[in-house]
Design a protein. Structure first.
Length: 188
């Protein structure tokens, strides 16, 4: 709770600083207009027009910067992080299946934080946390494994299913919260 509030406060402070930087020409033009009103001058109308046009130009620049940041930068970064997580867990599934074919058992991994490579062909990408646990499947009466992975800055926790596919754990669920905390604390 405190960690989330602290994170929100830092993000708010960064956005406030960015707004001040973007709108600094408007602040300067408004200050000149206010000073020109105090000093008797016949050109106060011209100063007001300059201040308003500067503000409009800053609004246009802020609009384009906002759309550039959220449409291109942040969305593509989150998608890239999720793809890194997907690749890491797919690689874990493949390496576990190869190891099982060669040795007749699964091996446990981690939790590990990438970049990580092992002698069995497992490759975990940077800032992805992965854990693989061998298990006994009571329903099918055979040996299996459970793999969990998430990116530190990503949104979703991924796990493997019985049929070898990858699915995401429902966000906000008790399982997702518990596993994220466990994996994050174990790799500090």
């Amino acid at each position: 709770m405190i960690k989330d509030a602290f994170g929100i406060a830092i993000i708010t402070l960064v956005y406030l600083c960015l707004l001040i930087v973007v709108f600094s020409p408007s602040l300067y033009a408004a200050w000149i207009y206010m000073v020109s009103r105090k000093v008797t001058s016949k050109k106060t109308g011209r100063q007001l027009r300059i201040a308003l046009s500067t503000f409009c130009i800053n609004l246009i620049i802020a609009y384009f910067l906002f759309h550039f940041a959220f449409d291109y930068f942040l969305t593509s970064k989150v998608a890239q992080m999720e793809a890194m997580t997907q690749n890491s867990i797919q690689n874990a599934i493949t390496s576990q299946q190869k190891f099982f074919a060669a040795h007749g058992r699964y091996y446990s991994v981690g939790p590990v934080r990438g970049p990580y490579r092992d002698e069995n062909g497992l490759s975990v990408e940077k800032d992805v946390i992965l854990q693989v646990e061998p298990r006994w499947d009571k329903a099918d009466q055979k040996e299996t494994f459970q793999a969990y992975a998430f990116h530190l800055w990503g949104k979703h926790l991924l796990l493997n299913t019985r049929d070898g596919r990858v699915e995401q754990v429902s966000p906000g669920s008790e399982l997702e919260t518990r596993l994220r905390l466990k994996l994050t604390r174990s790799v500090k």
